[in-house]
Design a protein around this ligand. Structure first.
Ligand SMILES: Cc1ncc(C[n+]2csc(CCOP(=O)(O)OP(=O)(O)O)c2C)c(N)n1
Length: 539
């Protein structure tokens, strides 16, 4: 008996290792989902943003592609922000979506989809196959593109009448997915580093994408180079307690260049040059400092504001450089300001929250962060030294961390995921709590309840907008009741002395839970910057 498009597609998905389907279904997806083979599992999320966001967490933690099936044009209406996140996070998602029956598309029926046109700037490839029998091959092609470095999402729209059409089986293939950096260009960087008096490394998220953690540590130790984290890091990619770790860079041109001014050679590994937030004009790097960027992203190479860019695998590049450079003699250890031990207060500060959390978390706990105004305190007081321990939003679109945490925990059953999330941020994809309960993944959600959009207050002060702005307060949200409504264990912490017992109790939970912690309003700085950096004036 001839195979159908549906049968061949499930065979292809199995061959490619994508047997989990993250989705939210509608009429146009039902012909695909019917009779799902028993070795597949379907992870339902109650909104497309959450379905794609959970898949994103799963894919980046597993370092392999995840399969997503969303509903028709709603896939990009509701799911677009997660697709944009996947684009910026280099998350390999193979996103499929239903389309109306081919035989009536021309008549613009209910639920007809132009998703392929809408999604195009944020995917590596978007396609609606011209023939039904091309669907399995399109999914395979999408998979190979999604997993090619730099990884990212692809999008395939599939008319609902395609699934029962006859189709020939598709032969399994292998496609390699990394590219070696250009050795001539790397030699130029090696020559500059050889004679550098005070080299520095900027560690970016792509280090983790390219499994380059250990190579980068070895290179930094070999060169005795200070290591800074890229601005607004989506991952932490260097051990925080390492003696060469020198903290994070500020996300604005002039202050960032000032931070690096003491270095004569700067090697940016796996990051853009640079990711800015507020516009504080200035040179990207001090005049006279030689800047080299090694990135797996041709786009980041092309858009860098300064320096020489080399495209290729970061681990291979770091090893190449170490093999060709003299090991430097150990220098004095870098002195970092000892952070002051935060004290309890009422309401408590986020500094106290994170320093308490840091004392109680298992060493291999994973942080899924989305707490805009308390990023600085989290950065100061949470220590993480292992790969795959810290994930944050890269696009700036809120609604990232609740689904992300669920996907990370599904992919990491032996490590605990802790998700500190602002009370505002949590609301953009709150229904992912339901999937956490249904999947019984033991994420600990720490809801940071300051009752407002503190980060916006901080930005207003920073840029002289002033305080006469509507839409900043968000009173009256009881996240404990919301979580309980989704079937999740949840409780409130109001006093500082209740915090440690609550965290200990959460760590004993077998399923997910949420702790809503009342804290002081934040926003004293803007992404770590205050008026001293000469911010733009929008007043
Ligand atoms: C989808 C989306 N909508 C709006 C914003 C603008 N925004 C940036 S920070 C912020 C406040 C977030 O509030 P909360 O999570 O409570 O954190 P806090 O600022 O209080 O630390 C808002 C609304 C955004 N970045 N993304």
């Amino acid at each position: 008996m001839a195979s159908t498009v549906r049968e061949v597609t499930y065979d292809v998905l199995r061959d490619l290792g994508m047997t989990t389907i993250f989705g939210n279904p509608g009429s146009s997806e039902l012909p695909f989902l019917k009779d799902m083979p028993p070795d597949f599992r379907y992870v339902l999320a109650l909104h497309e943003r959450s379905a794609a966001g959970i898949a994103l967490g799963f894919a980046i933690a597993k370092k392999s592609a995840a399969f997503v099936n969303l509903h028709s044009i709603a896939s990009v209406g509701n799911g677009l922000s997660a697709i944009i996140d996947a684009h910026y996070c280099h998350a390999p998602l193979v996103i499929t979506t239903g389309q109306q029956d081919r035989r009536q598309i021309l008549a613009e029926p209910f639920l007809v989809s132009r998703a392929v046109e809408v999604v195009r700037p944020y995917v590596k490839w978007a396609c609606e196959p011209l023939r039904a029998e091309d669907v399995p091959a399109a999914i395979a092609r999408g998979y190979f593109l999604a997993t090619q470095s730099p990884q990212g999402p692809v999008f395939i729209s599939i008319p609902m009448d395609d699934w029962n059409r006859p189709c020939d089986p598709l032969a399994a293939r292998k496609v390699s997915h990394t590219g070696a950096p250009d050795s001539t260009a790397l030699m130029e960087a090696a020559r500059a580093l050889e004679v550098a008096a005070n080299p520095a490394i900027v560690a970016g998220a792509q280090i983790e994408e390219d499994s380059a953690w250990h190579e980068v540590i070895a290179l930094a130790e070999h060169l005795r180079a200070r290591v800074y984290e890229e601005p607004l890091p989506a991952r932490w990619t260097f051990p925080r307690s390492h003696p060469l770790f020198s903290g994070g860079l500020l996300p604005a041109q002039a202050p960032l260049a000032a931070q690096l001014a003491q270095h004569d050679v700067v090697l940016v590994l796996g990051a853009p040059v640079f990711l800015y937030y507020a516009y504080v004009p200035g040179a990207a790097i001090r005049e006279g400092t030689k800047l080299f960027q090694i990135t797996n992203s041709p786009s980041d190479a092309a858009s860098a504001l300064a320096g020489t860019s080399i495209v290729g695998n970061i681990a291979a590049a770091a090893q190449f450089l170490r093999d060709r450079l003299q090991k430097r003699e150990p220098q004095r250890a870098i002195k970092r300001d000892a952070s002051v031990e935060p004290q309890p207060s009422h309401p408590m500060t986020t500094a106290y929250l994170f320093s308490t959390l840091n004392k109680l978390l298992p060493a291999d706990a994973i942080i899924a962060e989305e707490c805009p105004s308390s990023k600085g305190d989290l950065d100061r007081y949470l220590q993480r030294d292992e790969p795959g321990s810290f994930y944050s939003v890269r696009s700036g679109i809120l609604g990232f961390a609740v689904p992300l945490a669920v996907g990370l925990q599904m992919a990491n059953p032996t490590r605990r995921v802790i998700a500190p999330i602002g009370d505002g941020s949590a609301q953009y994809s709150i229904q992912a709590l339901w999937t956490a309960v249904q999947q019984q993944v033991p994420v600990i959600f720490i809801l940071i309840r300051n009752g407002d959009y503190s980060a916006l207050r901080g930005f207003s002060n920073f840029t002289s907008v002033g305080s006469n702005v509507p839409g900043i307060e968000i009173p009256g949200i009881d996240a404990v009741k919301i979580a309980q409504g989704y079937g999740m264990a949840a409780w409130e912490v109001d006093k500082a002395e209740e915090l440690a017992p609550a965290i200990k109790r959460a760590l004993l939970e077998k399923g997910p839970c949420l702790i809503s912690v009342n804290v002081q309003p934040g926003g004293q700085t803007c992404m770590g910057m205050d008026q001293s950096v000469n911010p733009p004036n929008y007043g």
